[in-house]
Design a protein around this ligand. Structure first.
Ligand SMILES: [Zn+2]
Length: 58
């Protein structure tokens, strides 16, 4: 099961949609911006099948 997080690239501000595997707890993944191709880290907290919180780190 996947969910998607819409976020702004921390480098160029482009809108990115990142697919996230829904697991209980915290997931961390690295994604590349589609616009500038630079990688950022996404950390998502999931509870009861929903994303309760997320943040982006460079
Ligand atoms: Zn970018």
């Amino acid at each position: 099961m996947h969910s998607f997080i819409e976020l702004e690239c921390p480098f160029c501000g482009a809108e990115c949609v990142v697919p996230v595997d829904m697991v209980e707890g915290v997931a961390e993944l690295v994604s590349d911006c589609e616009n500038c191709c630079r990688p950022f880290r996404l950390r998502a907290c999931m509870e009861q099948g929903e994303i309760s919180d997320w943040s982006v780190d460079i």
